[in-house]
Design a protein around this ligand. Structure first.
Ligand code: C2E
Ligand code: MG
Ligand code: MG
Ligand code: MG
Length: 289
């Protein structure tokens, strides 16, 4: 029977301790097979320039279609991939595949790729990114790497060196899920970020009447501005949230209201010169979320 695992459903497990271990091993094994057999794909979610509401780029999000279990969400398998080290080859696949696909996108669009902590601390990570850029021909300035604070906590000296080396390649760095970690403020000052992405939990609290949430979002945006960082509001789901984060001065907006994760397609450049996001609210495509 189905069982909750890390927020997702893992399909062939029984809930005893021994079998939890087996489940983990089986999940690991299945992840290996998934990588070998091409069961992974990427969904792309747009982020928009808040001032012009044009698509500025797309974030690559990993999707796994399991042959027996169907679609398994990242929350159910990324932690296991991370703990087992499998996230390194999986993340390598994500980076190479996303960069290869993004080369064909219209010129100004940026590709954002999530880097996990285990991937980031690989001794060869800078060389890996450089190799992928060279092999795919994606200009470095079109790639943005998203990392979380967790990535920076263990060995800040090494993290700083790696970030500086990545910046030297010409890629940009975004701090993802901002506000959910521990030392946000110190890290922003110490590390060479280009962008912070306000965690969607803050955005979802910004509703009419929630003055505190609004104050927090406002403070994050003000801080980002004074540090000359772009600020993305993640998880924008309602017109009201959009109006709020725009009024507060967010640089970029991202969320289901503006476009769901999905296959990238640029069917037509619409009349006003903007690129319509795939799976825009009129055509939600929940299978890719
Ligand atoms: P994230 O990088 O913060 O990505 C945003 C997540 O929020 C995505 O979930 C996205 O589908 C979801 N989302 C976007 N807009 C909205 C919204 O308006 N409302 C709600 N409720 N959700 C929204 P997803 O794709 O399930 O990914 C979850 C997390 O898994 C990601 O969070 C990221 O940490 C991780 N992940 C996904 N793909 C990769 C990958 O290729 N590599 C690594 N290392 N981690 C990944
Ligand atoms: Mg992200
Ligand atoms: Mg995020
Ligand atoms: Mg997140």
């Amino acid at each position: 029977r189905a069982r909750q695992a890390g927020g997702g459903t893992w399909c062939h497990a029984e809930a005893t301790t021994d079998e939890e271990l087996q489940e983990q091993q089986s999940l690991e094994q299945d992840l290996r097979i998934a990588l070998r057999d091409g069961q992974f794909s990427l969904a792309y979610q747009p982020f928009l320039d808040a001032a012009t509401m044009e698509v500025a780029g797309y974030e690559a999000l990993l999707r796994w279609q399991h042959p027996r279990c169907g679609a398994i969400p990242p929350s159910a398998f990324i932690p296991v991939a991370e703990a087992s080290g499998l996230i390194v080859p999986i993340g390598q696949w994500v980076l190479a595949t996303a960069c290869a696909e993004a080369v064909a996108w219209p010129q100004p669009l940026t590709l954002a790729v999530n880097l996990s902590p285990a991937q980031f601390i690989q001794p060869g990570i800078v060389g890996t990114v450089a190799d992928v850029l060279r092999q795919t021909g994606l200009p470095a300035h079109r790639l943005e790497l998203e990392i979380t604070e967790t990535t920076l906590m263990d060995d800040t000296q090494n993290a700083l060196r790696v970030l500086q080396a990545l910046k030297a390649l010409g890629v940009s760095i975004a701090m993802d899920d901002f506000g959910t970690g521990y030392s946000s403020l110190g890290y922003l000052r110490k590390f060479p970020f280009d962008k912070i992405k306000i965690d969607r939990s803050f955005i979802s609290d910004v509703e009419e009447g929630d003055a505190e949430a609004e104050t927090i979002v406002q403070a994050i945006i003000a801080m980002g501005r004074s540090l000359r960082l772009d600020v993305t509001a993640e998880g924008v789901e309602t017109a009201q949230q959009l109006a709020m984060v725009k009024a507060l001065g967010c640089t970029f907006v991202q969320g289901y209201l503006l476009g769901r994760p999905g296959p990238v397609g640029f069917p037509d450049k619409v009349a006003d010169g903007t690129y319509p996001p795939p799976n825009s609210p009129a055509h939600p495509q929940s299978a890719w979320e």
